[in-house]
Design a protein around this ligand. Structure first.
Ligand SMILES: [Zn+2]
Length: 142
């Protein structure tokens, strides 16, 4: 739950299309379609911890496809497309009134971002010209 929630936070501080991900108990990786070489693990870690320390509420909300179609901005993470053909879509919201993020997700999450605890980007690997692999790990930065 903690690591999965941390991946949501990573998609907030790193708002690029996600091309792949693998979530494990104490570490995970997320691949982004990203060619910028300017993004560093230090600043990404700093932004992540700012979200954790701010202790934003995490909650779910069900919306209908009609509601979504009338206001597509409900989904803030544009890189996550909701499944279609379902009557209801489960949104995971972070922050008061989803001010930080909202995206369709059926997974389990913590209820406040502070529960994620200390987390850092261990490594950003270059995987191809326009792909960056972010390795996320619990604990203090080494
Ligand atoms: Zn989720």
């Amino acid at each position: 739950m903690k690591m999965h929630t941390a991946c949501h936070l990573l998609s907030v501080v790193c708002p690029y299309p996600i091309t792949g991900a693998a979530v494990n108990i104490d570490n995970s990786r997320v691949d982004f379609d990203l060619s910028l070489a300017t993004i560093t693990k230090e600043e990404t870690t700093e932004k992540l911890m700012a979200l954790v320390n701010a202790n934003h509420p995490v909650y779910t909300k069900w919306i209908s496809e009609t509601e979504l179609d009338s206001d597509p901005s409900i989904i803030k993470s544009q890189n996550v497309r909701p499944p279609r053909g379902l009557e209801k879509i489960r949104l995971v919201c972070i922050g008061e009134n989803a001010c930080i993020d909202s995206q369709p997700c059926g997974g389990t999450h913590v209820t406040e971002t502070a529960e994620v605890g200390k987390i850092h980007i261990r490594k950003i690997e270059k995987k191809g010209k326009e792909n960056r692999r972010f390795r996320l790990q619990f604990g203090d930065t080494i």
